[in-house]
Design a binder for this molecule. Sequence first.
Ligand code: ZN
Length: 120
Amino acid sequence: MSRPPAPCGTHSAYTRHVRLSEPVDEACRVAHNTYQRDYSATLPAAVRLRYALRKDARRHALIRLGEAHPDRLAELMAELATGGQRGWQVRPAARRRLATEHPAEFARLHAQERAERGLK
Ligand SMILES: [Zn+2]
């Protein structure tokens, strides 16, 4: 017997949506934000800063990858928009897909962005 899946509005449901590339609904997005905020509050400031820099490095690497492949990014965005992704999720989700299509290029951009922030 397996457990029933966690209901929407929980952090577990949020991670399931992401794992299965499903659209994230508002209840799960809010649950994830709360979870991250609560978890982050338990960490020392230096660790919080490093996490913020890492997140920023990844985000900027994804943006630069999208800028390098504007036509493919537009195609992926069109696919995701018809696949039920919410408007504000479409561009970041399309950039993440682009990273799976260009892993070496993304790794290079990500390394550059990390280096600019003094991260390994
Ligand atoms: Zn959900």
